[in-house]
Design a protein around this ligand. Structure first.
Ligand code: 13P
Length: 247
């Protein structure tokens, strides 16, 4: 039985003061129906971590090297020092705007796992790829590449987020049927690599215009184990509505 995991990806939103207000308002509402988390900008991580008792606090990225001449980057040790154990990797915005490639996502996945932390690895096709009918090919390529050299024991703790780029921030959610079909396919790719037993333990989230009212039916899909939520995770009321809708 896979416990659902819902993580708010705040992207480049919220100051430290706003983060403090959010965690103070939301943390005590977190229920046991799922693992609930927020991924915040680096600067707010320590504040979020120090105030959260129930929410998982995740970074939105990290570097694959331990230290060195990488201006503007953050290492896993720096995150661990403040108690952050979760990192989103390979988000489509990082792939699209910041030169993230399948190779860097793989290097970061290996580094995060080596540090004993948990990656949330994002995969998903662009609108062009969706319209060309290559959704599954793209997801397979990204999944296989991200987990190259990941050891069989490690794969079980990994979370995968399927985020069709055309559904991110557009209000166009993939239907539950599409999301289920692709998430099942991704699980099949993991099964090809690591066997069915391991694949059955991997949690796969859907992300892209998820709203509180759609969360429950989304999670009823057999291969969808959670959500990576952008816009709807930013307001306290909306986040609490997600928790309440899940019961
Ligand atoms: P939205 O929920 O705003 O579409 O963002 C999805 C996302 O990119 C989460 O990582």
């Amino acid at each position: 039985m896979r416990k659902p995991i819902i993580v708010g990806n705040w992207k480049m939103n919220k100051t430290i003061a706003e983060t403090k207000a959010f965690v103070e308002a939301v943390d005590s509402s977190v229920s046991d129906s799922a693992d609930w988390g927020i991924a915040t900008p680096y600067l707010a991580l320590q504040t979020a971590k120090s105030l959260a008792s129930n929410l998982i606090v995740a970074a939105e990225n990290c570097h694959f090297e331990e230290s060195g001449a990488f201006t503007g980057e953050i290492s896993t040790s720096m995150l661990k020092e403040i108690g952050v154990e979760w990192v989103i990797l390979g988000h489509s915005e990082r792939r699209q705007y910041f030169g993230e490639t399948n190779a860097t996502v793989n290097a970061k996945t290996l580094k995060v796992l080596d540090a004993g932390m948990t990656p949330i690895v994002c995969v998903g096709e662009t609108l062009e790829e969706y319209e060309a009918g290559s959704t599954k090919d793209v997801c397979k390529t990204q999944t296989v590449a991200a987990f190259k050299d990941v050891c069989p024991k490690c794969i079980e703790k990994v979370v995968i987020a399927y985020e069709p780029v055309w559904a991110i921030g557009t209000g166009k959610t993939a239907t539950n049927e599409i999301a289920q079909d692709v998430c099942a396919y991704i699980r099949g790719v993991v099964a090809e690599l690591y066997g069915q037993e391991a694949a059955d333990k991997v949690r796969i989230q859907y992300g892209g215009s998820v709203k509180p009212e759609g969360l429950k039916t989304l999670l009823e899909q057999p291969d969808i184990d959670g959500a990576l939520v952008g816009g709807a995770s930013l307001l306290e009321d909306s986040y609490i509505a997600m928790i309440e809708n899940l019961g």
